[in-house]
Ligand binder design. Structure first.
Ligand SMILES: NC(=O)C1=CN([C@@H]2O[C@H](COP(=O)(O)OP(=O)(O)OC[C@H]3O[C@@H](n4cnc5c(N)ncnc54)[C@H](OP(=O)(O)O)[C@@H]3O)[C@@H](O)[C@H]2O)[C@@H](O)CC1
Ligand SMILES: Nc1ncnc2c1ncn2[C@@H]1O[C@H](COP(=O)(O)OP(=O)(O)O)[C@@H](O)[C@H]1O
Ligand SMILES: [K+]
Length: 497
């Protein structure tokens, strides 16, 4: 079982560097490295026993690397041997070259140590991958790549220690090649690479990544600038608006969605309805006169207004209770859209810019940082991101989203399998709850509406946007396979925490 997302602070993700700081803190505060490694290795062995037949049958091979990840492997091997399993160690490097804690922990290993044998690896029942963890600092090549390929091709079940070897704990990217684990055991907290994709899949999937307590006190977090989070309830539950018995719809905000012309009239409707479902008090769709009667006929719960110029839009926005704007879904790409967006931004309301708004801004290179200090959320998918930020590589999506947030002074929602929310102050959340079938036409329009509906309720920006992304993923799960975007609307109500 993975980590329970309701546990306090379960949302904290530590990069490999931050994890070193946590280990160091523990060592400076009375827990030796050896003790940490003993606990780490023992917990790996405990998980391994759950992956083996309980009668002790079957063979286990522990692949041990040159650093402390290898040290964890030696400890695990020792416990498994003590508990009666048939276990051998296959070092990938010279044992005599082990240093520090790993060298100390390799010494008590009196079981079988065998030379590299790819066939044996392929036919073992369980392979414990203790080659590289946090210390991976370059691509894997040559003989070690061949070892990884043999494990991946073989029939053994694979348990990764800390991280599958070859996976970057910081980015979730494969460096050269990586172990495809069935289960992973990591220490103290998840790492971003466990939640980001493809790392999550290489680690065995979120339910198969165990986070174990090795005795590092949470007090260490006071000295670590944590800024990366798993997007789960413990991150944002304080930012969910729960209406009191005497609360009024105006306490929950009023969203205005800017609609456009054919052929994408449904996009703005989806956004305006999603906003309402997410708990805002009122939702209005403003659209050009030519589509007014269509939109007004199609919508019952949303108010429909007409506007044919920025001036017309501003007169609708004269109602100061309208506190959140969505621009983009179905708005059309071009100068007119840019002009409309600039008029809206000057009104200084919370604003979600999506789809056509992003493409229009990318064409005109508007400096969003000129609106610094305003609550603006940009929700690009990869294609829109590349158009807006051609100089930022998407190889490392977490860094890319952070860089874009800093550059624009906006919150960036980089959509995808693991949607990232990045704030200009450096905080970022990574979602893991969206099912693959959420990727349907119009799902992004619904997300823009959910974000606005949550933002209208006035709670803190970063947490609210993270919550909205979670709610979108959860609605996809609740709506189930075969969903179309409008199925998400009733599912939002069923997914509210
Ligand atoms: N006491 C503690 O702190 C605790 C730590 N713990 C455990 O320690 C792990 C971190 O240990 P670590 O720092 O020793 O790094 P690790 O992942 O073993 O690898 C480093 C070695 O790999 C090598 N290397 C790197 N990339 C390579 C490549 N592509 N191809 C080939 N070689 C490559 C690199 O070689 P070099 O660069 O020196 O040539 C170096 O020798 C952590 O994940 C957790 O499991 C737990 O026990 C809890 C207590
Ligand atoms: N493989 C996937 N697994 C889960 N969610 C996905 C996947 N691919 C895309 N999504 C989500 O689906 C939504 C698609 O949005 P978008 O690309 O804007 O579509 P549209 O413009 O048609 O509304 C986003 O929220 C994105 O995060
Ligand atoms: K490993």
């Amino acid at each position: 079982m993975g980590l329970d997302p309701r546990l306090p602070e379960s949302h904290i993700l530590l990069s490999p560097h931050q994890m070193y700081a946590a280990d160091t803190w523990a060592m400076q505060n009375g827990t030796s490295g050896i003790t940490l490694m003993e606990r780490a290795g023992k917990s790996v062995a405990e998980v391994a026993t759950e992956m083996m037949p309980h009668n002790g049958d079957g063979t286990i091979i522990v692949l041990c690397g040159p650093g402390n990840n290898g040290g964890d492997g030696y400890v695990a091997a020792r416990y498994l041997a003590e508990w009666g399993y048939t276990v051998s160690v296959m070092p990938i490097s010279d044992i005599m070259a082990l240093k520090g804690d790993a060298a100390i922990m390799a010494r008590p290993w009196i079981g079988r140590t065998r030379p590299m044998d790819l066939n044996a690896l392929k036919s073992a029942d369980l392979v414990i991958d203790a080659m590289f963890g946090a210390g991976l600092d370059r691509d894997i090549e040559g003989d070690i790549a061949a070892v990884i390929e043999a494990v991946n091709e073989g029939s053994a079940v694979v348990l990764a220690v800390d991280l599958p070897s070859g996976l970057s704990g910081a980015t979730g990217q494969v460096q050269g090649t990586a172990i495809q684990a069935d289960t992973s055991v990591t220490f103290f907290s998840y790492k971003p690479g466990h939640i980001l994709t493809p790392g999550r899949y290489y680690s065995g999937g979120i339910d198969n990544i165990h986070v174990v307590d090795i005795g590092i006190s949470r007090d260490c977090l006071a000295d670590i600038q944590v800024n990366t989070y798993w997007n789960t309830a413990s991150l944002w539950q304080g930012a969910v608006f729960h209406p009191g018995p005497s609360s009024h719809k105006y306490d929950r905000g009023h969203v205005l969605v800017l609609g456009g012309r054919e052929p994408a009239l449904g996009a703005s409707r989806l956004a305006s309805l999603a906003a309402l479902r997410s708990g805002c008090g009122l939702s209005t769709l403003a659209c050009p006169s030519e589509s007014y009667s269509i939109q007004a006929t199609a919508l019952t719960d949303v108010m429909v207004r007409r506007y044919d110029s920025s001036f017309g839009l501003l007169s609708i926005m004269a109602d100061k209770r309208i506190n959140t704007i969505v621009a983009g879904p179905g708005l059309g790409v071009g100068e007119k859209t840019t002009e409309t967006i600039l008029a809206v931004l000057n009104e200084r309301r919370r604003t979600v810019l999506d789809a056509d708004a992003l493409t229009s801004l990318a064409r005109q290179m508007v400096q969003l940082s000129d609106y610094s200090g305003q609550d603006i959320v940009l929700t690009p998918h990869d294609g829109e991101f590349k158009k807006m930020f051609p100089d930022i590589s998407l190889d490392d999506r977490l860094s890319a989203a952070r860089q874009a947030a800093r550059q624009t002074d906006c919150v960036i929602v980089l959509k995808g399998v693991s949607t990232i929310v990045a704030a200009p102050d450096g905080r970022a959340s990574i979602a893991s709850n969206a099912p693959a079938w959420l990727s349907v036409a119009g799902a992004g329009d619904v997300l823009a509406g959910i974000i606005a509906g949550v933002l209208a309720q006035g709670l803190p920006l970063f947490e609210s946007v993270s919550y909205a992304v979670w709610l979108h993923g959860k609605s996809g799960e609740v709506a189930g396979r075969g969903l179309i975007a409008s199925d998400l609307l009733p599912a939002i109500a069923k997914s509210l925490p």
